[in-house]
Design a protein around this ligand. Structure first.
Ligand code: ZN
Length: 181
């Protein structure tokens, strides 16, 4: 099977999607790594299952930023994270997939806020979800004004560990007034 690529480009030009994800990753990647959120629990307290030092967190942040700045396949990303954090293969996969999701969705959110073009967004529930969870409530909420939170308390996915949902634009602002800053 072809390795899953998170950055596909035929030229040296970085796509907008990867650029916004890279910018977000540079400042935020790994923020929830080592917190209870990674255990599937609420709160920001430290996780016992994920003892992650600040230096590991910053290394992961650097790896994620690099992943969006050049062509990187998921298997390579997982391996780099596994070595950097001393994780098991499964843990490294969880970190790679979760941090990729965070950077892509929150990168988009930041770009949408910056341009001022997007009025509201919807929560596209992933078909990978088994059974009913908080993402169903987010889906059922319909269009939510940009910057407001969905029922799970999140502005965009992921709502929980393993969440593969995506945000999509529901409505655009009528006047395209770029928001300075
Ligand atoms: Zn979800």
């Amino acid at each position: 099977m072809e390795p899953k690529k998170i950055h596909v480009s035929v030229s040296a030009v970085i796509s907008d999607v990867n650029l916004v994800a890279m910018k977000w990753a540079r400042d935020h990647a790994g923020e929830r790594l080592g917190t209870k959120w990674y255990d599937g629990e609420a709160g920001t307290g430290p996780s016992e299952k994920w003892p992650v030092s600040e230096s590991v967190r910053l290394t992961i942040r650097k790896i994620m930023t690099e992943a969006f700045s050049r062509e990187t396949c998921m298997s390579e990303l997982i391996e780099r994270i596994r070595v950097a954090g001393g994780f098991t293969e499964e843990q490294a996969r969880t970190v790679a997939e979760t941090e990729t999701k965070f950077a892509q969705c929150h990168g988009n959110l930041a770009a949408w806020k910056r341009t001022g073009v997007v009025k509201s967004i919807k929560w596209l529930k992933s078909s990978l979800h088994k059974g009913r969870d908080v993402c169903d409530l987010n889906l059922e909420a319909g269009a939510v004004l940009l910057g407001q939170t969905f029922p799970s308390g999140d502005e965009v996915p992921p709502a929980h560990i393993g969440c593969c949902c995506s945000p999509c634009i529901a409505e655009l602002n009528e006047t395209k007034q770029p928001n300075p800053g």
